[in-house]
Design a protein around this ligand. Structure first.
Ligand SMILES: CC(C)(COP(=O)(O)OP(=O)(O)OC[C@H]1O[C@@H](n2cnc3c(N)ncnc32)[C@H](O)[C@@H]1OP(=O)(O)O)[C@@H](O)C(=O)NCCC(=O)NCCS
Length: 192
């Protein structure tokens, strides 16, 4: 049975493995990543799909500014494990993400993706013609969905990241972890 729920800390490794499989390492070179890196996703808008407790799908939304226009959300990446595609899991993740964004009072969602897939959820390039990503992008793939009618009327300019900054890693904690790993390795070598 497929369950859609909010992502937990313990899901991160599985989510990253799923994204590596779906998009490869080049996912970090995408212009959308420039809007996400170093930031936290929008509150309550990181979702996973699970089957028998295993992560098989992921979607997250991020706070952005739509040029000189309103605050908005960036959706992505969306991915479903290859073994579980074409069973409606992507659709359920999208529908839940859009519903939660609407409930939280957000005004619009923007994404870079295949119109042939995202049109079914109401996304189109109709209101994005004067918006720009902070790097290379294919204009016909810059899509938006208004959650409040007219939210993107007159939206123009550069899209910018607007989410809370992710806390910097704690150097002392990293060093302590490194020492613990080294001690465990030394114990394994002695025991061998
Ligand atoms: C895109 C993705 C999330 C869809 O997940 P999913 O769980 O298989 O989606 P659903 O089962 O809800 O929908 C399947 C339908 O979407 C269609 N579809 C999937 N990817 C598509 C795409 N890139 N363009 C157009 N249609 C697409 C399927 O052909 C299928 O069509 P049908 O309903 O007419 O049979 C999944 O294929 C994936 O993770 N792909 C890898 C990442 C990727 O390629 N993303 C591209 C989108 S930008």
């Amino acid at each position: 049975m497929v369950t859609i729920r909010e992502e937990k800390l313990a899901d991160i490794d599985a989510r990253e493995a799923l994204l590596d499989q779906a998009y490869g390492a080049e996912r970090f070179a995408k212009t959308s990543e420039r809007l996400r890196e170093g930031r936290l996703p929008a509150d309550g808008l990181s979702l996973v799909a699970t089957v028998h407790g295993r992560i098989v799908g992921t979607v997250r939304l991020w706070n952005i500014s739509a040029g000189a226009g309103p605050a908005a959300l960036l959706l992505g990446p969306l991915a479903v494990h290859p073994d579980h595609r074409n069973r409606g899991i992507g659709t359920r993740l999208m529908q839940r993400a859009v519903a939660r964004a609407r409930l939280a009072g957000h005004r619009a969602i923007i994404l870079v993706g295949d119109a042939a897939y995202y049109a079914r959820f109401g996304f189109s390039a109709g209101k994005t013609g004067a918006l720009w990503m902070p790097g290379s992008f294919e204009r016909q793939r810059l899509l938006a969905l208004e959650l409040k009618p007219g939210a993107l009327d007159g939206a123009r300019g550069l899209i910018g990241g607007a989410g809370r900054l992710a806390p910097a890693p704690d150097l002392a904690a990293l060093l302590a972890e490194d020492r613990r790993t080294e001690r465990a390795r030394a114990r394994r070598v002695r025991a061998a």
